[in-house]
Design a binder for this molecule. Structure first.
Ligand code: EPZ
Length: 415
């Protein structure tokens, strides 16, 4: 079990390139299964979730290997349709393989992804979309078995679920006939998936809006694609600079993908400059509380940035209210921030952050990916040494948090 040791109080200075987006590359790797050929995915981050996805592709009979900053997948002749339970448990978002496996193999079997640190993670919308496309879904003993030849359908999602939208797109590409997905998620990662699928010869339109159309059944082929920058990693690094003070520049990410996050940081007193290919943030003085931060589906404030931004607001003057509208249990970092001197009260989905003038180092434990990153953000601005254990959670979504932050002047090391 790795632990980060962070010595707080050192401002951050310099420029860092943000790595490729985890939540874009995971569905794109699943999409590789649809193409009877070789796919080269550039700007693919080295993350444990990516390694788990490559393991799944290999178990399905594909060649999948890393070549530097890219991964190469060859799904010319897949042989399997079952995602091993161990891999499902390792990464619950493996459910994103369901639509692609069913579309390519005509059947799919995987264990129902359990809940996770964020609370129950139902997949009822994923299964409703598969059934709408003509897939038979049997749920038994915690497992899922799907089969059938898919045909185009009009799918209406009761809420704009990112994963359900992606599974519907991946299944619809192989379906015979046209599909519309109404109330689709509008996240930038959905647009990246659409662009990748169209590189393979598919005909998907409308991603980024609430209605996506897919003309199914077109013959697909291999392709080459570069994944977008990770907007949540970028939000985390901006939060780190706001917490520690200093001036940083981020490259490799589209500033428009995190404009709700930079708006909050500006309100708090940071100087933020967004350019075509970079974002600069300067923070020289104490921060002030901001109006309520409510998480929402894109283009609203991203739930994944809630914890890192809360870590920033913990050390500020004034009070900031957070409302977590996406996940049931996304405040597990609050107790740990409190151990560092934060004053935060949680009532259900609402967390009231009473800003304090300083935080102090402590021994804290990461319980989930973004909550763990938030503890590092807080530690950078705290007085003294903080030990953040449970770094394996952070490794799921950050290629080299300690490397990038050290390059900006932070004192952080992994033991
Ligand atoms: C994706 O999760 C991301 N993961 C999450 O990022 C992100 O927080 C989330 O979207 C919201 O933006 C990946 O892309 C791999 P949802 P996903 O389906 O697809 C409920 C991170 O930190 N729901 O949009 O699982 C669900 O319970 C991770 O990188 C149903 O009720 O999110 C939740 O309350 C964490 N039934 C809400 O919808 C369903 O069938 C949003 O979930 C599906 C979802």
């Amino acid at each position: 079990m790795s632990t980060y040791i962070v010595e707080g109080g050192r401002p951050l200075e310099g420029s860092v390139r943000v790595h490729g987006a985890k939540n874009s590359v995971l569905p794109i790797l699943a999409a590789c299964l649809l193409a009877p050929g070789e796919c080269v995915i550039h700007n693919c981050p080295e993350l444990s979730d990516v390694r788990a996805s490559l393991d799944i592709l290999r178990r399905l009979g594909c060649r999948a290997e890393r070549q530097g900053e890219a991964v190469v997948v060859d799904a010319s002749a897949p042989t399997g349709w079952e995602v091993p339970d161990a891999l499902m448990r390792e990464m619950r978002s493996s459910v994103i393989f369901l639509g692609a496996i069913l579309g390519r193999m005509g059947q799919a079997q995987l264990c129902a992804p359990g809940g996770c640190e964020l609370g129950p993670r139902p997949i009822d919308l994923h299964l409703a979309a598969i059934r709408a496309l003509g897939g038979a879904v049997e749920e038994a003993e915690g497992g899922l078995r799907c089969s059938g030849r898919l045909r185009g359908a009009d799918i209406v999602l009761s809420l704009p679920s990112v994963g359900a939208t992606e599974n519907a797109m991946l299944a619809a590409v192989s379906a015979h006939g046209d599909t519309t997905i109404t109330n689709a998620a509008r996240e930038p990662e959905i647009v990246d998936l659409q662009n990748f699928l169209n590189t393979l010869g598919a005909d998907v339109r409308g991603a980024g809006s609430s209605v996506i159309t897919v003309r199914g059944g077109a013959p697909l082929h291999g392709g080459e694609y570069t994944v977008m920058g990770d907007r949540i990693v970028a939000a985390t690094y901006l939060a780190a600079a706001a917490s520690a003070g200093g001036e940083v520049e981020l490259t490799g990410v589209d500033w428009r993908h995190l404009s709700t996050v930079t708006a909050v940081l500006r309100e708090a007193g940071c100087a933020v400059e967004s350019r075509a290919a970079s974002i600069r943030l300067g923070c020289r003085g104490p921060l002030r509380g901001v109006p309520p931060v409510r998480t929402a589906p894109y283009p609203g404030f991203p739930t994944d940035a809630q914890a890192p931004l809360m870590a920033v607001m913990a050390r500020s003057s004034g009070c900031t209210v957070f409302v977590e509208n996406i996940f049931e249990s996304r405040y597990r970092h609050v107790d740990e921030l409190t151990r560092m001197g934060a004053d935060i009260r949680v009532e259900g989905r609402v967390a009231v952050v009473y800003g304090v003038p300083r935080l102090h180092g402590a021994k804290v434990q990461a319980a989930d990916l973004r909550g763990g990153a938030a503890l590092v953000v807080a530690a950078l601005g705290a007085e003294g040494r903080t030990a953040v254990s449970g770094v394996r959670h952070i490794d799921r979504g950050y290629q080299s948090l300690e490397g990038d932050l050290s390059a900006l002047g932070a004192s952080i090391r992994r033991i």
